[in-house]
Write a protein that binds this ligand. Structure first.
Ligand SMILES: [Zn+2]
Ligand SMILES: [Zn+2]
Length: 137
């Protein structure tokens, strides 16, 4: 994951790399070159275990390297599960009715509770975009 994200970043055009740097600096409110959990949550990034997923060395802070995974996931629209907030890296299920609701396999059983807007039998199994990206790298 980290490797794929690093490769992805390497291949970005310079302007986009700058955009990521700016985003990182925007998130880094304290300006110490690291993003804490609170800073990430305040910026509207979900949720629970998402942070620990990104925090590769488990020190409770995200440096720029670790944030490459965040950019990678965001840009590839990998997104997170609308149920539990886990990044959708494995096959997941998307609502065919609204195309705005994706859940991971763990949450699929609770789909009608999590997404009661319309009755659902129509979930389609999807593969995350990231899997093809990773294969190419
Ligand atoms: Zn989930
Ligand atoms: Zn829906």
């Amino acid at each position: 994951m980290q490797i794929a994200a690093a490769l992805y970043y390497e291949r970005l055009p310079y302007a986009l790399q700058q955009e990521h740097r700016n985003l990182f600096q925007g998130l880094d409110k304290s300006g110490d070159g690291r993003i804490g959990k609170v800073e990430l949550l305040e910026a509207g990034y979900p949720k629970k275990s998402f942070f620990s997923f990104l925090d590769n060395d488990g020190n409770g802070l995200l440096d720029f390297e670790e944030c490459k995974s965040l950019f990678f996931l965001t840009k590839n629209k990998a997104g997170v599960c609308d149920g539990c907030g886990e990044p959708l890296l494995e096959s997941y299920y998307g609502c065919v009715e609204c195309h705005a609701f994706d859940i991971c396999a763990n949450c699929y059983g609770a789909r009608n509770k999590l997404h009661p807007v319309h009755p659902h039998s129509n979930f389609v199994k999807r593969r995350p975009m990231t899997s093809s990206v990773m294969k190419n790298s």
